[in-house]
Design a protein around this ligand. Sequence first.
Ligand code: GDP
Length: 195
Amino acid sequence: MKILDASFVISAVRSEQYPTDGLPEIALAGRSNVGKSSLINKMMLRKNLARASSQPGKTQQLNYYLVNNEIYLVDFPGYGYAKVSKARREQFGQMVESYVREREVLRLQLLVVDVRHDPTKDDQLMYEWLKHYDIPMVVVATKADKIPRSRWDKHLKAIRTTLQMGASDKVVLFSSETGQGRDELWSIIYESISA
Ligand code: GDP
């Protein structure tokens, strides 16, 4: 995938700030520290455009990145950070919930998990909830470079089992270190926006 242009657009804290140009959006959810910013940077071939917030979970905003003037990558706040107050958690819920339910240009949701670990309770809730709203979704299992190749299959199976994924649901093995999975993920993204 040739990246001609990639830029940060806005940290939206209210829906009125979302872009109005009608371009397709690919959203990313995952727990804090799972590797979401690294993945976004790798997808865009930029080193530091997406940044993990220094206080994970504190900023409740949707970060918009525009790629090649044709697709937005929309980064949700990382969830599952223990120190976030209940009020913030509720705010997170409301913002993400109304985005997912109402955003017509949302074409695909990426749920980012760590390939080394079983998905958390929060991951499971997010998965079930996205399924409930019938949002096209791909699970991205990142940090693949951190375990030996011989164990990938076992871990991918564990993720499928824990999330109770259907046979036709996709998991993409990814590494922001090596770029593994990048081409596959871009293909899936392009398929979703041309459907
Ligand atoms: P975020 O909070 O989900 O945005 O997570 P970050 O992208 O900031 O990543 C959290 C930590 O994991 C950082 O130290 C990254 O360098 C590291 N990391 C993220 N993705 C990978 C990966 O694919 N491979 C390896 N080895 N480390 C990664």
